[in-house]
Design a protein around this ligand. Structure first.
Ligand SMILES: [Zn+2]
Length: 379
């Protein structure tokens, strides 16, 4: 793979968004005869007029190249319980570790790049079809993975009022079988118009790697919760996802949202689909997670102020590219449920509301209906 910067898209209107951005291309695509003189010594790419020999198949191959986490991650075998280290020591250690990891970015973000890599969309549009592009204003999905009772109560106390102030409704993936779900609270989430989805089974990170029978048992255990809240969406714990998992989800849910555009350091290095556009894989609609996640950003030692800027920059780029903006935040205090991170979140919401021609708030289910529900027109 070679990292190139697109200097000029030639006469391709549909690719104007990509000028000035970096992409990670397989050498096979760069070696096409039409591109013989297209690359400078510093890897600036100037696309010639006329066909360059790329196809939708190339874009799909890139999208699926690193989309799955076929092995359980090493991080689930950390030698110590990170959360038991005192908070002050943890913050200091995290800052040092974070800087170290940031310097090593080339080892965990070879492909996809970090914090955003739209290489697959670039290849789609360069191939000339551009079929999956969304018109502005693009959808902005605000999602939360609710991993604990603390997350659920912080969601209702701090996040829902903030989102509603901006006219937004969030999409909330709940762990169904790990802790007693407070249905009074969750019922309130749903009755206020926010979406409820399913977040795995017990968050032990085993479902994607289990035997077929065991995986089916774990997925079916979520059915009572899914039925009670009319859940149509699934988010895999720790974003661990395999082809067999998605295949099994296709008969149980309408969409999955477990594949990040750029996975960053977690759950495994060099994972993601390098597209911000929803697609179908293993028979189910996939709505990729397109913005960098709160956990990875905090881990890398970014300040809440930096995080707001990064989210806004990435959202603007995705809007230009015709993708969907999709953010995951966790409501626990150690992630985004604290004053500083809530104000970073507020800055993103202000940015979105301030640009109504570029953005609109949506839920995961709404994006699924718009893009994939073939019965919508006949209903
Ligand atoms: Zn989770």
């Amino acid at each position: 793979m070679t990292r190139v910067r697109l200097r000029s898209a030639g006469d391709r209107q549909q690719l104007a968004w990509a000028e000035g951005l970096e992409f990670t291309l397989p050498d096979g695509l760069l070696d096409r005869p039409a591109l013989r003189d297209a690359r400078s010594a510093t890897n600036d790419l100037t696309l010639p007029r006329g066909p360059i020999g790329w196809s939708d198949t190339d874009a799909k191959r890139l999208r699926e190249q690193a989309a799955f986490t076929d092995q359980p991650p090493a991080s689930s075998r950390l030698p110590f319980a990170y959360h038991r280290v005192p908070a002050r020591a943890r913050a200091a250690a995290a800052a040092i570790l974070g800087r170290w990891h940031r310097r090593r970015r080339r080892t965990w973000a070879t492909f996809p790049d970090w914090p955003l890599d739209l290489t697959s969309d670039f290849v789609t549009d360069a191939a000339g079809t551009g079929a999956a592009r969304a018109e502005a204003p693009v959808a902005v999905i605000l999602s939360h993975d609710i991993d604990s009772p603390e997350g659920l109560s912080n969601l209702v106390r701090d996040f829902l009022p903030l989102e509603e102030e901006f006219g937004a409704r969030s999409t909330n993936y709940i762990v169904p079988c790990a802790w007693p779900v407070d249905h009074a609270l969750l019922g309130e989430v749903a009755s206020r118009g926010h979406e409820v989805g399913v977040h795995g089974y017990d968050h032990a990170n085993r479902t994607p790697f289990a035997s077929d029978n065991e995986r089916a048992r774990r997925l079916d255990a979520a059915r009572p919760l899914a039925d009670r809240y009319a859940a149509v969406g699934y988010r895999a714990p720790s974003l661990l996802r395999t082809r067999p998992l998605l295949r099994d989800l296709s008969s149980r849910f309408r969409y999955d949202s477990s594949i990040p555009t750029s996975g960053g350091p977690f759950p495994v290095p060099n994972s993601g689909c390098a597209t911000a556009r929803p697609f179908v894989v293993e028979g189910i609609a996939e709505i990729p997670l397109t913005l960098p996640r709160d956990g990875s950003l905090r881990f890398l030692g970014h300040s809440p102020r930096d995080i707001a800027c990064l989210w806004i920059d990435c959202a603007d780029t995705i809007a230009r590219s015709g993708g969907v903006v999709s953010l995951l935040t966790h409501c626990e205090r150690r992630f985004s449920g604290n004053r500083e991170m809530l104000s970073a979140y507020r800055r993103l919401l202000e940015h979105v509301r301030g640009a109504p021609r570029r953005f609109r708030f949506a839920t995961g289910a709404a994006v699924w209906r718009e893009r994939f529900d073939v019965d919508r027109g006949r209903a």
